[in-house]
Ligand binder design. Structure first.
Ligand SMILES: *Cc1c(COP(=O)(O)O)cnc(C)c1O
Length: 392
Protein backbone atom coordinates (compact mmCIF):
# COMPACT_ATOMS: atom_id res chain seq x y z
CA UNK A 1 0.00 0.00 0.00
CA UNK A 2 1.51 3.36 -0.88
CA UNK A 3 1.96 5.53 2.21
CA UNK A 4 0.64 8.48 0.19
CA UNK A 5 -2.78 6.91 -0.46
CA UNK A 6 -5.74 9.15 0.54
CA UNK A 7 -5.43 10.04 4.19
CA UNK A 8 -7.68 7.82 6.30
CA UNK A 9 -7.78 7.85 10.08
CA UNK A 10 -5.78 5.11 11.77
CA UNK A 11 -8.96 3.61 13.21
CA UNK A 12 -10.44 3.30 9.72
CA UNK A 13 -7.22 1.73 8.41
CA UNK A 14 -7.40 -0.83 11.20
CA UNK A 15 -10.85 -1.99 10.11
CA UNK A 16 -10.02 -2.13 6.40
CA UNK A 17 -9.42 -5.36 4.57
CA UNK A 18 -7.69 -5.63 1.22
CA UNK A 19 -8.37 -9.32 0.76
CA UNK A 20 -10.19 -10.22 -2.43
CA UNK A 21 -12.09 -13.49 -2.09
CA UNK A 22 -12.79 -15.75 -5.08
CA UNK A 23 -15.57 -14.61 -7.41
CA UNK A 24 -19.02 -15.40 -6.06
CA UNK A 25 -18.01 -15.20 -2.40
CA UNK A 26 -17.71 -12.24 -0.07
CA UNK A 27 -16.87 -12.04 3.65
CA UNK A 28 -14.76 -9.81 5.87
CA UNK A 29 -12.03 -12.20 7.06
CA UNK A 30 -8.95 -13.07 5.08
CA UNK A 31 -8.86 -16.78 4.16
CA UNK A 32 -6.40 -18.98 6.07
CA UNK A 33 -4.26 -20.58 3.38
CA UNK A 34 -2.25 -23.52 4.70
CA UNK A 35 0.40 -24.34 2.14
CA UNK A 36 3.93 -25.62 1.96
CA UNK A 37 3.71 -26.59 -1.72
CA UNK A 38 2.32 -23.98 -4.04
CA UNK A 39 1.19 -25.34 -7.40
CA UNK A 40 2.29 -24.00 -10.79
CA UNK A 41 0.13 -24.47 -13.87
CA UNK A 42 3.07 -25.50 -16.04
CA UNK A 43 6.87 -25.60 -16.20
CA UNK A 44 7.05 -22.15 -17.75
CA UNK A 45 5.17 -20.72 -14.75
CA UNK A 46 7.51 -22.59 -12.38
CA UNK A 47 10.59 -21.26 -14.20
CA UNK A 48 9.16 -17.72 -14.19
CA UNK A 49 8.37 -17.85 -10.46
CA UNK A 50 10.28 -15.30 -8.38
CA UNK A 51 10.03 -15.70 -4.61
CA UNK A 52 10.52 -11.95 -4.12
CA UNK A 53 7.47 -11.04 -6.17
CA UNK A 54 4.55 -10.49 -3.81
CA UNK A 55 2.01 -10.67 -6.58
CA UNK A 56 3.06 -14.28 -7.23
CA UNK A 57 3.48 -17.41 -5.13
CA UNK A 58 6.37 -19.88 -5.23
CA UNK A 59 6.51 -21.76 -1.93
CA UNK A 60 4.63 -21.52 1.37
CA UNK A 61 7.72 -20.26 3.20
CA UNK A 62 7.92 -17.22 0.94
CA UNK A 63 4.31 -16.22 1.33
CA UNK A 64 0.66 -17.00 0.79
CA UNK A 65 -2.30 -14.65 0.28
CA UNK A 66 -2.77 -14.84 4.08
CA UNK A 67 0.75 -13.71 5.00
CA UNK A 68 0.96 -11.14 2.19
CA UNK A 69 -2.31 -9.60 3.39
CA UNK A 70 -0.99 -9.15 6.93
CA UNK A 71 2.30 -7.75 5.63
CA UNK A 72 0.52 -5.20 3.45
CA UNK A 73 -1.74 -4.12 6.28
CA UNK A 74 1.10 -3.73 8.79
CA UNK A 75 3.11 -1.67 6.31
CA UNK A 76 0.13 0.62 5.77
CA UNK A 77 -0.66 0.99 9.49
CA UNK A 78 2.96 1.90 10.26
CA UNK A 79 3.22 4.31 7.33
CA UNK A 80 5.80 2.12 5.57
CA UNK A 81 5.94 0.40 2.19
CA UNK A 82 7.29 -3.11 2.86
CA UNK A 83 6.86 -5.66 5.61
CA UNK A 84 8.29 -9.07 6.43
CA UNK A 85 6.91 -11.42 9.07
CA UNK A 86 9.04 -13.46 11.46
CA UNK A 87 8.13 -16.22 13.94
CA UNK A 88 8.61 -13.92 16.96
CA UNK A 89 9.57 -10.36 17.80
CA UNK A 90 13.05 -11.55 18.69
CA UNK A 91 13.34 -13.39 15.36
CA UNK A 92 12.47 -10.09 13.63
CA UNK A 93 15.29 -8.37 15.53
CA UNK A 94 17.71 -11.17 14.58
CA UNK A 95 16.62 -10.94 10.94
CA UNK A 96 17.56 -7.23 10.86
CA UNK A 97 20.96 -7.88 12.46
CA UNK A 98 21.82 -10.80 10.18
CA UNK A 99 20.68 -8.88 7.10
CA UNK A 100 22.75 -5.77 7.81
CA UNK A 101 25.78 -6.82 9.88
CA UNK A 102 28.82 -8.84 8.91
CA UNK A 103 32.08 -9.55 10.65
CA UNK A 104 34.08 -6.35 11.18
CA UNK A 105 30.92 -4.21 11.48
CA UNK A 106 29.72 -2.32 14.52
CA UNK A 107 26.21 -2.02 15.97
CA UNK A 108 25.08 0.44 18.66
CA UNK A 109 22.33 -0.56 21.10
CA UNK A 110 20.69 1.50 23.84
CA UNK A 111 21.65 0.47 27.35
CA UNK A 112 17.95 -0.06 28.19
CA UNK A 113 17.37 -2.32 25.18
CA UNK A 114 14.98 -5.30 25.35
CA UNK A 115 17.21 -7.79 27.13
CA UNK A 116 17.17 -10.62 24.53
CA UNK A 117 18.28 -8.02 21.94
CA UNK A 118 21.25 -7.28 24.23
CA UNK A 119 21.92 -11.05 24.48
CA UNK A 120 21.88 -11.26 20.69
CA UNK A 121 24.27 -8.30 20.44
CA UNK A 122 26.62 -9.93 22.94
CA UNK A 123 26.50 -13.18 20.97
CA UNK A 124 27.27 -11.42 17.68
CA UNK A 125 30.18 -9.71 19.43
CA UNK A 126 31.54 -12.88 21.06
CA UNK A 127 31.20 -15.37 18.21
CA UNK A 128 30.69 -13.48 14.93
CA UNK A 129 33.35 -10.77 14.87
CA UNK A 130 30.84 -7.93 15.09
CA UNK A 131 31.30 -5.22 17.68
CA UNK A 132 28.18 -4.40 19.75
CA UNK A 133 28.39 -1.29 21.92
CA UNK A 134 25.83 0.16 24.28
CA UNK A 135 24.84 3.81 24.64
CA UNK A 136 22.91 5.94 27.12
CA UNK A 137 19.31 5.90 25.81
CA UNK A 138 19.05 9.66 26.52
CA UNK A 139 22.19 10.43 24.48
CA UNK A 140 20.28 12.20 21.67
CA UNK A 141 22.57 13.93 19.15
CA UNK A 142 25.54 12.92 21.33
CA UNK A 143 25.36 9.55 19.55
CA UNK A 144 27.45 11.23 16.80
CA UNK A 145 30.57 10.86 18.95
CA UNK A 146 30.06 7.07 19.18
CA UNK A 147 29.64 6.43 15.46
CA UNK A 148 32.73 4.79 13.93
CA UNK A 149 33.55 4.23 10.27
CA UNK A 150 32.46 0.57 10.67
CA UNK A 151 29.16 1.39 12.44
CA UNK A 152 26.33 0.06 10.25
CA UNK A 153 23.28 0.06 12.48
CA UNK A 154 21.87 1.86 15.51
CA UNK A 155 19.06 0.14 17.42
CA UNK A 156 16.60 2.31 19.32
CA UNK A 157 13.68 1.48 21.55
CA UNK A 158 11.04 4.08 22.37
CA UNK A 159 10.72 3.88 25.29
CA UNK A 160 12.91 1.11 26.74
CA UNK A 161 10.43 -1.51 27.92
CA UNK A 162 11.69 -1.88 31.51
CA UNK A 163 13.24 1.42 32.59
CA UNK A 164 11.11 3.47 30.14
CA UNK A 165 13.53 6.24 29.05
CA UNK A 166 12.22 7.96 25.91
CA UNK A 167 14.97 8.58 23.32
CA UNK A 168 15.24 11.61 21.03
CA UNK A 169 14.70 9.71 17.79
CA UNK A 170 14.93 12.67 15.36
CA UNK A 171 18.30 13.68 16.90
CA UNK A 172 19.65 10.12 16.75
CA UNK A 173 18.41 9.67 13.16
CA UNK A 174 19.97 12.98 12.02
CA UNK A 175 23.35 12.09 13.51
CA UNK A 176 23.17 8.58 12.01
CA UNK A 177 22.10 9.65 8.54
CA UNK A 178 24.80 12.33 8.32
CA UNK A 179 27.24 9.43 8.68
CA UNK A 180 25.44 6.93 6.46
CA UNK A 181 24.24 4.75 9.35
CA UNK A 182 20.82 3.07 9.47
CA UNK A 183 18.47 3.42 12.44
CA UNK A 184 16.18 0.57 13.51
CA UNK A 185 13.42 1.10 16.08
CA UNK A 186 11.76 -1.50 18.28
CA UNK A 187 8.34 0.20 18.15
CA UNK A 188 6.48 -2.47 20.13
CA UNK A 189 5.51 -0.21 23.05
CA UNK A 190 3.40 2.09 20.89
CA UNK A 191 2.18 -0.64 18.51
CA UNK A 192 2.64 1.60 15.46
CA UNK A 193 -0.28 3.62 16.84
CA UNK A 194 1.20 6.23 19.18
CA UNK A 195 4.49 6.92 17.38
CA UNK A 196 4.90 7.67 13.67
CA UNK A 197 8.45 6.35 13.46
CA UNK A 198 9.16 6.84 9.75
CA UNK A 199 8.12 10.50 9.97
CA UNK A 200 10.77 10.94 12.68
CA UNK A 201 13.48 9.55 10.38
CA UNK A 202 13.67 5.88 11.42
CA UNK A 203 14.70 3.53 8.58
CA UNK A 204 13.53 0.18 9.95
CA UNK A 205 10.59 -0.44 12.28
CA UNK A 206 10.36 -3.70 14.19
CA UNK A 207 7.16 -4.79 15.93
CA UNK A 208 6.54 -7.69 18.30
CA UNK A 209 3.05 -8.57 17.02
CA UNK A 210 2.94 -10.85 20.06
CA UNK A 211 1.81 -7.79 22.02
CA UNK A 212 -0.96 -5.38 20.94
CA UNK A 213 -1.51 -6.63 17.38
CA UNK A 214 -2.43 -10.08 18.65
CA UNK A 215 -3.91 -8.82 21.91
CA UNK A 216 -4.70 -12.36 23.05
CA UNK A 217 -1.56 -13.51 24.91
CA UNK A 218 -1.65 -16.49 22.56
CA UNK A 219 0.50 -15.69 19.51
CA UNK A 220 4.23 -15.19 18.92
CA UNK A 221 5.10 -13.17 15.81
CA UNK A 222 7.23 -10.27 14.68
CA UNK A 223 7.43 -7.87 11.76
CA UNK A 224 10.04 -5.70 10.10
CA UNK A 225 8.70 -2.72 8.18
CA UNK A 226 10.63 -0.38 5.87
CA UNK A 227 10.00 2.33 3.29
CA UNK A 228 13.09 1.75 1.17
CA UNK A 229 12.87 -1.04 -1.41
CA UNK A 230 16.55 -1.93 -1.52
CA UNK A 231 16.72 -2.00 2.29
CA UNK A 232 13.68 -4.27 2.35
CA UNK A 233 15.38 -6.46 -0.23
CA UNK A 234 18.42 -6.99 2.03
CA UNK A 235 16.15 -8.01 4.91
CA UNK A 236 14.08 -10.16 2.56
CA UNK A 237 17.24 -12.11 1.63
CA UNK A 238 17.92 -12.79 5.32
CA UNK A 239 14.27 -13.79 5.78
CA UNK A 240 14.53 -16.28 2.92
CA UNK A 241 17.96 -17.65 3.93
CA UNK A 242 16.88 -18.15 7.53
CA UNK A 243 13.63 -19.86 6.50
CA UNK A 244 11.44 -17.74 8.77
CA UNK A 245 7.94 -19.09 8.20
CA UNK A 246 4.86 -18.19 10.23
CA UNK A 247 1.71 -20.22 10.78
CA UNK A 248 -1.36 -19.26 8.74
CA UNK A 249 -3.53 -19.72 11.83
CA UNK A 250 -1.36 -17.32 13.82
CA UNK A 251 -1.45 -14.80 10.99
CA UNK A 252 -5.21 -15.06 11.04
CA UNK A 253 -5.28 -14.30 14.78
CA UNK A 254 -3.17 -11.19 14.26
CA UNK A 255 -5.35 -10.03 11.34
CA UNK A 256 -8.37 -10.57 13.56
CA UNK A 257 -6.85 -8.44 16.30
CA UNK A 258 -6.13 -5.41 14.11
CA UNK A 259 -9.66 -4.05 13.93
CA UNK A 260 -9.85 -3.64 17.70
CA UNK A 261 -6.18 -2.81 18.28
CA UNK A 262 -6.54 0.95 18.64
CA UNK A 263 -9.63 0.65 20.85
CA UNK A 264 -7.75 -1.80 23.07
CA UNK A 265 -4.60 0.32 23.02
CA UNK A 266 -6.55 3.42 24.08
CA UNK A 267 -8.24 1.46 26.88
CA UNK A 268 -4.85 0.12 28.08
CA UNK A 269 -3.53 3.69 27.92
CA UNK A 270 -6.40 5.21 29.93
CA UNK A 271 -6.22 2.44 32.55
CA UNK A 272 -2.45 2.66 32.87
CA UNK A 273 -2.51 6.42 33.38
CA UNK A 274 -5.11 6.05 36.13
CA UNK A 275 -3.12 3.34 37.90
CA UNK A 276 0.23 5.13 37.40
CA UNK A 277 -1.18 8.40 38.76
CA UNK A 278 -2.58 6.58 41.80
CA UNK A 279 0.77 4.87 42.44
CA UNK A 280 2.57 8.20 42.12
CA UNK A 281 0.68 9.53 45.15
CA UNK A 282 1.58 6.51 47.33
CA UNK A 283 4.31 6.93 49.96
CA UNK A 284 5.71 3.43 49.20
CA UNK A 285 6.60 4.45 45.62
CA UNK A 286 9.74 6.46 44.85
CA UNK A 287 9.29 7.12 41.12
CA UNK A 288 6.75 6.16 38.49
CA UNK A 289 8.45 5.48 35.16
CA UNK A 290 5.54 6.18 32.81
CA UNK A 291 6.43 8.38 29.81
CA UNK A 292 3.28 10.49 30.31
CA UNK A 293 4.36 11.38 33.87
CA UNK A 294 7.05 13.92 34.68
CA UNK A 295 9.20 11.42 36.71
CA UNK A 296 10.04 9.52 33.53
CA UNK A 297 13.35 10.36 31.82
CA UNK A 298 12.51 11.72 28.37
CA UNK A 299 8.97 12.79 29.36
CA UNK A 300 9.29 16.03 27.31
CA UNK A 301 10.31 13.98 24.25
CA UNK A 302 7.30 11.72 24.74
CA UNK A 303 5.09 14.85 24.78
CA UNK A 304 6.70 16.07 21.56
CA UNK A 305 6.73 12.82 19.57
CA UNK A 306 3.95 10.51 20.84
CA UNK A 307 0.16 10.63 20.67
CA UNK A 308 -0.50 7.98 23.32
CA UNK A 309 1.09 5.61 25.81
CA UNK A 310 -0.40 2.11 25.99
CA UNK A 311 -0.46 -0.06 29.09
CA UNK A 312 3.17 -0.72 30.07
CA UNK A 313 5.08 1.19 32.77
CA UNK A 314 7.35 0.59 35.76
CA UNK A 315 7.73 1.90 39.29
CA UNK A 316 10.72 2.23 41.57
CA UNK A 317 9.81 1.54 45.16
CA UNK A 318 11.15 3.77 47.88
CA UNK A 319 14.70 2.58 48.67
CA UNK A 320 13.72 1.60 52.25
CA UNK A 321 12.00 -1.53 50.89
CA UNK A 322 14.10 -4.66 50.34
CA UNK A 323 13.77 -7.04 47.41
CA UNK A 324 12.14 -9.57 49.76
CA UNK A 325 9.49 -7.00 50.65
CA UNK A 326 8.68 -5.99 47.08
CA UNK A 327 8.67 -9.67 46.04
CA UNK A 328 6.05 -10.21 48.75
CA UNK A 329 4.09 -7.28 47.31
CA UNK A 330 4.14 -8.92 43.85
CA UNK A 331 3.19 -12.31 45.31
CA UNK A 332 0.25 -10.68 47.15
CA UNK A 333 -1.38 -9.33 43.99
CA UNK A 334 -4.48 -11.21 42.84
CA UNK A 335 -5.66 -9.57 39.60
CA UNK A 336 -2.11 -8.89 38.42
CA UNK A 337 -0.51 -12.17 37.36
CA UNK A 338 3.24 -12.75 37.28
CA UNK A 339 4.56 -13.20 33.75
CA UNK A 340 6.43 -11.69 30.81
CA UNK A 341 4.94 -9.97 27.79
CA UNK A 342 2.08 -7.49 27.57
CA UNK A 343 -0.64 -6.19 25.27
CA UNK A 344 -3.17 -8.85 26.33
CA UNK A 345 -6.40 -8.41 28.28
CA UNK A 346 -4.92 -9.44 31.63
CA UNK A 347 -2.77 -7.30 33.87
CA UNK A 348 0.75 -8.56 34.54
CA UNK A 349 3.55 -7.69 36.90
CA UNK A 350 7.29 -8.49 36.80
CA UNK A 351 10.03 -7.47 39.25
CA UNK A 352 13.36 -6.73 37.52
CA UNK A 353 16.83 -6.61 39.07
CA UNK A 354 17.51 -3.41 37.20
CA UNK A 355 20.73 -2.69 39.12
CA UNK A 356 22.29 -5.82 37.57
CA UNK A 357 20.95 -5.12 34.05
CA UNK A 358 22.45 -1.65 33.61
CA UNK A 359 25.97 -0.28 33.76
CA UNK A 360 25.05 3.15 35.06
CA UNK A 361 21.96 2.66 37.20
CA UNK A 362 22.03 4.74 40.41
CA UNK A 363 18.51 4.49 41.90
CA UNK A 364 18.52 2.03 44.83
CA UNK A 365 14.75 1.31 44.78
CA UNK A 366 13.32 -2.04 43.59
CA UNK A 367 11.86 -1.89 40.06
CA UNK A 368 8.52 -3.52 39.30
CA UNK A 369 6.93 -3.39 35.84
CA UNK A 370 3.19 -3.41 35.27
CA UNK A 371 1.20 -4.26 32.17
CA UNK A 372 -2.25 -2.79 32.64
CA UNK A 373 -4.81 -5.05 30.99
CA UNK A 374 -8.45 -4.38 30.22
CA UNK A 375 -9.83 -4.89 33.74
CA UNK A 376 -11.59 -1.98 35.47
CA UNK A 377 -8.78 0.29 36.77
CA UNK A 378 -10.65 0.72 40.09
CA UNK A 379 -10.35 -3.04 40.72
CA UNK A 380 -6.66 -2.98 39.78
CA UNK A 381 -6.06 -0.10 42.19
CA UNK A 382 -7.86 -1.97 44.98
CA UNK A 383 -5.64 -4.98 44.27
CA UNK A 384 -2.48 -2.82 44.43
CA UNK A 385 -3.67 -1.20 47.66
CA UNK A 386 -4.15 -4.51 49.49
CA UNK A 387 -0.74 -5.73 48.25
CA UNK A 388 1.00 -2.51 49.34
CA UNK A 389 -0.26 -3.17 52.87
CA UNK A 390 2.01 -6.26 52.99
CA UNK A 391 5.03 -3.92 52.85
CA UNK A 392 4.32 -2.51 56.30
C1 LIG B 1 8.12 -8.86 23.48
C2 LIG B 1 9.12 -7.94 22.93
C3 LIG B 1 9.97 -8.33 21.92
C4 LIG B 1 10.05 -9.74 21.40
O1 LIG B 1 8.84 -10.28 21.00
P1 LIG B 1 8.65 -11.89 21.08
O2 LIG B 1 7.57 -12.12 20.09
O3 LIG B 1 8.27 -12.19 22.49
O4 LIG B 1 9.94 -12.51 20.67
C5 LIG B 1 10.84 -7.41 21.42
N1 LIG B 1 10.88 -6.15 21.88
C6 LIG B 1 10.07 -5.73 22.87
C7 LIG B 1 10.16 -4.33 23.33
C8 LIG B 1 9.17 -6.62 23.42
O5 LIG B 1 8.39 -6.21 24.41
Amino acid sequence: MPAESPKKSLQTLLTATEYRPPAGFAAFPTAIHHASTVLFKDVAALRAGNWQDKSGYTYGLHGTPTTFTLEARLAEIEGGQHCLLAPSGLAAIAMVDLALLKSGDDVLLPDNVYNPNRELGNWLARDFGISARYYDPLIGSGIAALIQPNTQLIWTEAPGSVSMEVPDLPAICRAAHERGVLVALDNTWSAGIALRAFDLGVDIVMQALTKYQSGGSDVLMGAVITRDKSLNHKIELAHMRLGFGVSADDVYLVLRGLATMKLRFDAHDAGARKVATWLKARPEIGRVLHPALADCPGHAIWQRDFSGAGGLFSVLFDARYSEAQTDRFVDSLRLFKIGYSWGGANSLCVPYRIQTMRRDWTDAGQLVRFNIGLEDPADLIADLEQALLTLA
